[in-house]
Design a binder for this molecule. Structure first.
Ligand code: ATP
Length: 347
C-alpha cells in the first residue's frame, strides 16, 4: 500500500486537486494499485488556521509517506516547497514540455525535458542589504550539485529515444559568470565525456530563450541552473500550448514531490475553469517514479494510461479555456475517467 501525501493547495489548488483525485481513484481501482491519499494541510490556508504554512503534523505526514502530490500554494509557497526541496534534498526539478495533438503549440514536434538544479543558485536565500541603497544576492554553486544534476540529465537523455537522437544542452551564462556558471559548465562537460552516446552542446541562457521560440522542436534535454530553469520552463510550457498543462517533479535520492509548474492562479480561482492537466500529468510522473523505485509494473501502466488518455481527450478538443477550449476543470477529469474505461486498463 503506497501512502501518498496530498496537499490541496491554494487558489485553483483545491479545484485541480479534486479533478486529480477522481482520476487517481479510477486508475488505482482499475489497476488494483493499493494507494492511500493522505490529506496534508499546507500553504496559505494552513498559515491562516495554524499560524504556520507547514505545521509540524503536516511535516510528519509527509515524512511518513512514500511520495507527495502537491497542488500550487499561494503567498506562502517559499515556506512550503522551497523549504521541503532543501530539507529533503530534492535536487532535481524535472519539467517535461510536450505538445499534445490539439494544443496551440508553436510547433507540433515539441517534446523536451528541462532538468533544473533545485537546491542552489540565487534561490539559496542569501540576500543582504548593504546600507540603505544597495543589496546583494549570493549565487551558490557547488561541484557536488552540478555533477549530480548533470548526471541526472544524462541518465534521462539515455532513456529517451527521440527521433533516434539523444541530446543534452547545458544552459548557462559562463561567459559572464565565469566562476559559478563556469563551474556548472565544466561539470556538465565532465559528465558528458562519460556518455559518448548522448550528443552534448552548450548554450547561453539568453540564446536559449530565443531558440526555444525559434526552433523548440529541436530541444531534447536541457540541463540548467535553478533560476534559468525556473524562467525557461515557464516559457517552454507556454510555447507548447499552456502553462496550465505543465507538470513537474522534485526528485531526491529516496523521496519525490510532484506538482504543477505553475502557481496558484488566483485570477481564475473558484471559476471551475482551471486546467487540471498539470496536476494529473504530475501524478503520471509520480506513477513512473514509483514504478522505477519499486519495480511496480502496474504503476508503469498507470503512467502510460494517463499519458494516452490525456492525448486522446485533447485530440477530441476536450480542454479548458487556457488551451483554447470550453471545458471546465471537472469535465476534463470526467473525460479522462471515461477514456480510461475505454482502454480496459491497457496502456
Ligand atoms: P507563481 O509566482 O507562484 O508562479 P504567478 O502568479 O506568477 O504565480 P501563475 O499562478 O502560475 O503565476 O499564473 C500565471 C498565469 O497562468 C495566470 O494568468 C493564470 O491564470 C494562468 N494559469 C496558471 N495555471 C493555470 C491553470 N492550471 N489553468 C489555467 N490557467 C492557469
Amino acid at each position: 500500500m503506497y501512502r501518498i501525501a496530498f496537499i490541496d493547495g491554494d487558489g485553483i489548488g483545491p479545484e485541480i486537486s479534486r479533478a486529480t483525485r477522481l482520476v487517481l481513484d479510477a486508475l488505482n481501482s482499475m489497476l488494483g494499485i493499493g494507494m492511500r491519499l493522505v490529506d496534508v494541510e499546507a500553504g496559505d490556508a494552513a498559515l491562516a488556521r495554524y499560524g504556520r504554512a507547514l505545521p509540524e503534523e503536516s511535516l510528519d505526514a509527509i515524512m511518513g509517506s512514500d511520495a507527495c502530490i502537491k497542488a500550487p500554494i499561494g503567498e506562502s509557497a517559499a515556506d512550503v516547497i522551497v523549504y521541503l526541496r532543501r530539507l529533503l534534498d530534492l535536487y532535481a526539478n524535472i519539467r517535461p514540455v510536450k505538445a499534445y495533438p490539439g494544443m496551440r503549440a508553436l510547433s507540433d514536434g515539441i517534446d523536451m525535458v528541462i532538468v533544473r538544479e533545485n537546491t542552489e543558485d540565487v534561490y539559496s536565500g542569501l540576500e543582504y542589504d548593504i546600507g540603505s541603497d544597495a543589496s546583494i544576492a549570493i549565487k551558490v554553486t557547488t561541484r557536488r550539485a552540478c555533477m549530480r544534476i548533470a548526471e541526472h540529465a544524462f541518465r534521462i537523455a539515455r532513456k529517451r529515444r527521440r527521433n533516434g537522437r539523444r541530446s543534452v544542452v547545458a544552459v548557462h551564462k559562463a561567459n559572464l559568470l565565469r566562476r559559478t556558471d563556469g563551474l556548472f559548465a565544466r561539470c556538465c562537460r565532465d559528465v558528458a565525456s562519460r556518455y559518448p552516446d548522448v550528443r552534448f552542446s552548450e548554450m547561453y541562457v539568453d540564446a536559449c530563450a530565443m531558440h526555444l521560440i525559434r526552433r523548440p522542436e529541436e530541444f531534447d534535454v536541457i540541463v540548467t541552473m535553478n533560476m534559468y530553469g525556473d524562467i525557461l520552463s515557464d516559457e517552454a510550457a507556454q510555447i507548447a500550448g499552456s502553462l496550465g498543462a505543465a507538470p513537474s517533479a522534485n526528485i531526491g535520492e529516496s523521496y519525490a514531490i510532484f506538482e504543477p509548474a505553475h502557481g496558484s492562479a488566483p485570477d481564475i480561482a473558484g471559476k471551475g475553469i482551471a486546467n487540471p492537466l498539470s496536476l494529473i500529468l504530475s501524478s503520471g510522473m509520480m506513477y513512473e517514479w514509483l514504478a522505477g523505485r519499486y519495480g511496480d509494473e502496474r504503476c508503469a501502466r498507470a503512467s502510460a494510461l494517463i499519458e494516452a488518455c490525456v492525448r486522446s481527450i485533447l485530440s477530441k478538443g476536450i480542454m479548458t479555456p487556457d488551451m483554447g477550449g470550453r471545458s471546465g476543470t471537472m469535465d476534463v477529469a470526467h473525460a479522462i475517467v471515461e477514456e480510461l474505461g475505454h482502454t480496459g486498463g491497457v496502456g
